[in-house]
Design a protein around this ligand. Structure first.
Ligand code: CA
Length: 229
């Protein structure tokens, strides 16, 4: 499995050097020269790890980190220009997984990257998937079940798959077409109405007031998003 790494760095020489070096190390590496493009590429490519420079045009590294963290748990390594304690603290508080201070050696950076991937592999090998507690219902991702008062709720398998997909990507808005692709598969010749019907079923089970849903929300003109808060 080839891991994809997004390199967010406005200094073009450094960015290209990093992209080339990571490709040589066997990763798939993509570059983004500013914060805005970083977010676009992050959403389009779903990288497995992000190298994030802190001082960036358009959106700062801090902003980019906050946006990515709100949408994904993908590991982030901050690249800090100054040897500033403040940057490190801010970065880690924002949910960055690690940081390296410029100038750094490629050897040091790739060691950090491999360490993060190793930790992720170990974590996923364990008794991984959590029980998602929504109060009156719980979602058992490992057991593919929805529980109400501890009792399994009868759900069509695709409805559960849709729920599990949304729950694993909280805060991320998906169009009906994207949901069809991701949950039903690229070859599925159905129509987007299928998604609406399944969402309707899920809301009937999950929501205290299905007419005013709290967890699976409609984003007008776009699609659906799962929120927990
Ligand atoms: Ca910079």
């Amino acid at each position: 499995m080839t891991r994809t790494i997004l390199v967010v760095e406005d200094e073009s020489t450094l960015r290209e050097t990093l992209v080339d070096a990571l490709e040589i190390e066997g990763f798939r590496a993509l570059g983004a020269p500013d914060g805005r493009q970083a977010i676009l590429r992050f959403r389009a490519e779903k990288p497995d790890l992000i190298l994030l420079d802190l001082m960036l045009p358009e959106l700062s590294g801090v902003e980019v980190c906050r946006i990515i963290r709100a949408e994904s748990a993908a590991p982030i390594i901050m690249l800090t220009a100054k040897d500033g304690e403040v940057d490190k603290v801010v970065g880690l508080e924002l949910g960055a997984d690690d940081y390296v201070t410029k100038p750094f050696s490629l050897r040091e950076l790739t060691a950090r990257i491999r360490a993060i991937f190793r930790r992720a592999e170990q974590a996923s090998a364990g008794p991984a998937q959590p029980m998602i507690d929504l109060g009156h219902v719980r979602i058992d991702l490992a057991g593919h079940r929805l529980l109400r008062n501890g009792e399994p709720v009868a759900l069509k398998p695709k409805a559960f798959e849709l729920l599990a997909f949304l729950v694993r990507n909280p805060g991320q808005v998906f169009t009906r077409d994207q949901l069809l692709e991701r949950v039903w598969g690229y070859d599925y010749a159905g129509e987007t109405r299928t998604v609406d019907v399944h969402v309707h079923w899920l809301r009937a089970e999950l929501e205290e007031d299905p007419g005013s849903p709290r967890f699976i929300q409609t984003v007008r003109g776009t699609g659906y998003v799962f929120r927990r808060d």
